[in-house]
Design a protein around this ligand. Structure first.
Ligand SMILES: [Ca+2]
Ligand SMILES: [Ca+2]
Length: 269
């Protein structure tokens, strides 16, 4: 894993540091363990004001911590997604949300067969659009097949429905969308990140989860009880953890706390 120069390295992947030392002591480096082994243990300096808290106190602390960030433009999101969502098995491709398809980075666009920028927190829920802010926040933006993105639309998330065409097992009905199993936890943690990051104190709507579907343009996303289940059923993967790291190191310099600490979902909700 490359060590990228950072603005302020308050968060340090302890396992990475330890493995680097071990590698230096046990040449040849080719025998080093895979990078995936570095994604579980770390030092919690980034979260030091939040550790030990629960409920609204935890949510408030996390809001303060993760609101210290840089932002990128919507046009810059294209190239950022080519880095954050690169296929680990093919550096020419990105992995698409909901379908799991690996597709050429160069097929970004709006035509059939292209991939585009999915707002996992639908931009109409709170009407934040594509201006720099929640509409360009990489923590919830993912490459997605154009047609699958259109099928998801601005639906809330819930279980059930009929099979989405080329959707990797995702389901849809009249008022909700269910991602394929491997993306369920990712979606839950992205949605809950947005609710903590956006609290109505910076000119954008206060985004909040609720247990409804059909939230329309209200700044809510459901269903919370289902998102909590999905967070449990699909824990953070190496892909998801790497994406969090790249956003922190290279782009926004803030983290999704629920990827680092999925247990904080239960601690707050
Ligand atoms: Ca997953
Ligand atoms: Ca909020």
């Amino acid at each position: 894993m490359p060590v990228t120069p950072m603005r302020t390295r308050r968060w340090k992947p302890l396992a990475l540091a330890v493995s680097a030392v071990l590698v230096s002591l046990t040449a040849p480096a080719l025998t080093a363990t895979p990078a995936a082994a570095t994604t579980t243990a770390y030092d919690d300096t980034y979260y030091e004001d939040a550790v030990g808290k629960t409920g609204t106190a935890l949510k408030s602390s996390l809001h303060t911590i993760i609101s210290d960030q840089d932002k990128i433009s919507y046009s810059a999101v294209w190239n950022a997604l080519k880095v954050t969502d690169q296929d680990p098995s093919n550096s020419s491709n990105v992995i698409l949300l909901y379908s799991g398809v690996s597709r050429s980075k160069s097929l970004n666009g709006g035509d059939s067969g292209d991939w585009n920028r999915e707002h996992t927190w639908a931009k109409s829920h709170g009407d934040f659009g594509e201006a720099t802010g929640p509409g360009t926040d990489l923590h919830h933006l993912r490459p997605c097949d154009v047609a699958v993105n259109s099928t998801r639309g601005n639906l809330d998330f819930d279980n059930g429905g009929s099979t989405v065409t080329n959707g990797g097992g995702s389901l849809v009905d009249s008022n909700s969308f269910e991602p394929r199993d491997a993306d369920k936890g990712d979606v839950a943690r992205m949605i809950l990140y947005m609710t903590v990051r956006y609290e109505g104190d910076d000119g954008w709507a206060d985004l909040e989860p609720n247990d409804s579907v059909g939230n329309g343009s209200n700044p809510y996303m459901g269903r919370l009880s289902v998102l909590k289940q999905w967070n449990d059923e699909d824990p953070p993967s190496a892909f998801e953890e790497n994406r969090n790291e790249v956003i922190y190191d290279t782009y926004q310099h803030n983290r999704n706390p629920f990827i680092d600490h999925p247990e904080w979902v239960e601690a707050i909700w």
